[in-house]
Ligand binder design. Structure first.
Ligand code: 5GP
Length: 112
């Protein structure tokens, strides 16, 4: 059971930004930008790499929901960045797939 399983089960509180039948989105506890929201699917995958063998329809529903969350956050006009950290070198720290939505300022590139 990861931290995000517990947040989804409402065993650990989170500042929820958006929820529907597909995803739960909540504000990152340590924001890296003025808007920093994590979006997890209710259907669990551990990491982005798992999507290689996942049901494309389910993946599509997840991606569509991530885009809806960004719109809900008011970032559509200004733009935003979606990040999936995957595995050790990607610095993934929670083994439950999560999209980072980052926005509210001009982000630098390339990432560190
Ligand atoms: P990762 O590094 O795995 O891609 O992202 C994990 C994210 O979860 C980090 O940005 C971290 O700040 C965030 N995080 C860690 N613990 C908590 C928590 O208890 N609540 C919330 N809302 N975010 C957390």
């Amino acid at each position: 059971m990861t931290l995000f399983d517990k947040i989804l089960a409402k065993e650990i509180p989170a500042n929820v930004a958006f929820e529907d039948e597909t995803v739960l989105a909540f504000h990152d506890i340590s924001p890296a930008a003025p808007v920093h929201v994590l979006v997890i699917p209710k259907h669990k995958w551990m990491r982005f790499a798992d999507l290689a063998i996942a049901d494309p329809k389910q993946i599509g529903e997840y991606m569509s929901a991530v885009a809806r969350v960004a719109k809900h956050l008011g970032l559509e006009e200004s733009g935003y960045r979606i990040v999936f950290n995957n595995g050790r070198d990607g610095q993934q720290t929670v083994d439950y797939i999560h999209a980072h939505i980052l926005g509210g300022r001009r982000l630098s590139w390339p990432p560190g």
